[in-house]
Write a protein that binds this ligand. Structure first.
Ligand code: ZN
Length: 201
């Protein structure tokens, strides 16, 4: 961005420009907004960024985002710990929770298996899931990976690992359009998919 602005302003524009969906014009607009805002207001943004990076870790059981050792869902006594819903990302947990129909706990894989992109099962929390199921007391594993090729492949791989364990494995129903993602599915479609989930053969 050259020498039109001061060094620190250039730096801020550059950082905003690295954010997804923010082009050079928007980055400039955001930087000027911060420049004009009250110092205390602007610092709230800086603090929020610092807090997110310092405080958020992975739940010890389900690997979802949490500020404590256990996430809110795993530490909720009303949740049925015998039902584990397997998702790719924390954002999927939020989408499913918004339906208000889930009383299960989760397992967050941290992505999907994609050998061409160099993502192997060992890069995900697959081992931890298998361990959870082998420890017993799990009746059903609900595969809620995205209804696309990578999500289906991941789901099949995991179900093959769990085949020897005495557990029912289900997949969210096919009301979800193929190739779509859990994150962007409507609450109604997700609720139908949850209720209509089918056993994986
Ligand atoms: Zn948890």
């Amino acid at each position: 961005m050259n020498g039109v602005y001061t060094e620190s302003l250039n730096k801020l524009i550059e950082e905003f420009g690295k954010l997804p969906g923010i082009g050079p014009k928007s980055a400039e607009r955001l930087a000027f907004y911060i420049l004009k805002s009250e110092p205390a207001e602007a610092m709230k943004l800086a603090d929020a960024i610092r807090d997110v990076k310092n405080k958020i870790k992975r739940c010890k059981i389900c690997c979802n985002l949490s500020e404590e050792a256990l996430c809110q869902i795993c530490s909720d006594p009303r949740r049925d710990k015998s039902l584990i819903c397997v998702v790719e990302q924390p954002k999927d947990v939020i989408a499913l929770e918004k339906t208000g129909t889930c009383k299960w706990v989760y397992h967050v894989l941290g992505g999907h298996i994609a050998p061409l992109e160099g993502v192997e099962p060992t890069d995900l929390t697959v081992d931890k899931l298998v361990e959870r199921v082998r420890e017993g007391n799990v009746k059903e594993v609900i595969m809620a990976t995205n209804p696309n090729m990578a999500g289906d492949g991941t789901s099949l791989y995991i179900s093959s690992l769990l085949r020897s364990a005495e557990v029912k494995i289900t997949r969210l129903a096919r009301g979800l359009p193929t190739g779509s993602t859990i994150e962007y599915a409507s609450g109604k479609i997700l609720t139908d998919a949850i209720i209509g989930r089918q056993e994986l053969e």
